[in-house]
Design a protein around this ligand. Structure first.
Ligand code: HCI
Length: 356
């Protein structure tokens, strides 16, 4: 994670800034503007080093490029990482406002080549604050003219992905199936609700005791955070941090299928191959979690209404069916198949064909 290594990156642009007063380092990475202005949320977290922040921004920006391409949205991929001097819950309100104001200045200097939105540790009211300085912001609160939180649309898309993946894996519907959801935030919590309504038996994990208590009161079974990768289930839905399945986890995780909301669930392509060899069907995350992009880009760029967002988000199941068929035909992993679909749209020839 050295800065030297992390700056050897194939994306289009890296912007950084440091604020000495708050001890905050700002990173914006534009992976690609091939299909339109780069877009992707702003993530705020306490990182072990600037190298880690650069790496996270780069990986997440790359995932946004693929998500937009595979979802047929006219946007590129980018991401912001705000490397905080301490965990988010230790940052006071005045410091946070200063941090957002500086971030907004940075975004504004990119003159629309990068559009942000909410991500881990940022929400619609933070987008409202950014929008005081720059207009290149998706996901402001509804009262302030934005599309508001995209969490529900993301969850709906993940739910569609879970159903399509379970069906393809031969599990039938979710009714009576055991689904393990890791992460009960705005998206994971909603995924739990949708899966429960569909008749699934829910196992849940989170690091926040309050969330666990609420889930337990709702009748779900709590799994200790450290046991997640060892807990048998029919379908595993990672809805917290990325990078949770490496090759070792892929070799042992006791499940039939994986479909979740987290970005970059697999640490690398090898993990996907290990899952495939064990018959664990894995929904590529940049396909499964595109509901949020439909919500934000659909409503704020393309003029869709909420019904349009729901319809396109439900289409995630069909896109996955295409991915699974391609993966079977070619004998490649589902991740590789989704990459093929995304890259076909990103290739220069695809625009030539589309515009001729
Ligand atoms: C995401 O997929 O990470 C959320 C969707 C999104 C889309 C465009 C800008 C910010 C976030």
């Amino acid at each position: 994670m050295s800065i030297d290594d992390e700056l050897r990156w194939d994306g289009e642009l890296t912007v950084t800034r440091h604020d000495r007063e708050t001890g905050t380092t700002f990173v914006i990475r534009i992976d690609s503007t091939r299909l339109g202005p780069a877009s992707g949320g702003t993530r705020a977290a306490h990182y072990p080093s600037i190298g880690h922040a650069l790496a996270d921004a780069g990986k997440l920006a790359g995932a946004m490029t693929l998500k937009m391409a595979v979802s047929d949205l006219p946007m590129g991929g980018g991401k912001s990482v705000i490397a905080l001097p301490a965990p988010r819950n230790q940052i006071d309100a005045a410091t946070w406002t200063r941090i957002l104001d500086i971030h907004a200045e940075n975004i504004d200097k990119l003159e629309g080549n990068y559009w942000t939105g909410p991500d881990v540790n940022t929400n619609s009211s933070d987008m409202d604050q950014l929008s005081r300085t720059t207009k290149y912001v998706f996901g402001r609160s509804v009262g302030n003219g934005g599309a508001g939180s995209s969490a529900h649309a993301t969850a709906l898309g993940v739910f569609e992905a879970m159903k399509a993946t379970a069906r393809r894996r031969g599990l039938g519907t979710l009714d009576g199936r055991t689904v393990l959801v890791q992460g009960l935030g705005a998206v994971g919590g909603d995924v739990v609700r949708l899966a429960a309504q569909a008749g699934a038996r829910l196992l849940v994990a989170d690091t926040d005791p309050q969330r666990l208590e609420a889930a337990s009161l709702a009748g779900h079974t709590v799994v200790p955070a450290g046991e997640v990768l060892r807990t048998p289930c029919d379908l595993f839905a990672p809805c917290a941090m990325g990078g949770i399945i490496d090759s070792a986890a892929a070799a042992s995780i006791p499940t039939m299928a994986v479909a979740g909301a987290a970005n970059n669930i697999l640490t690398d392509a090898a993990a996907g191959e290990v899952l495939r060899d064990r018959g664990v069907l894995c929904a590529p995350d940049f396909v499964a979690n595109a509901g949020g992009a439909f919500h934000l880009v659909g409503q704020e760029v393309l003029g869709w209404n909420e019904d349009d967002v729901v319809e396109r988000t439900r289409g995630i199941g069909r896109t996955l069916d295409e991915v699974y068929s391609l993966s079977e035909e070619r004998g490649i992993t589902t991740e590789a198949a989704a990459l093929m679909l995304a890259r076909a749209r990103l290739s220069p020839a695809s625009t030539a064909a589309a515009t001729s």
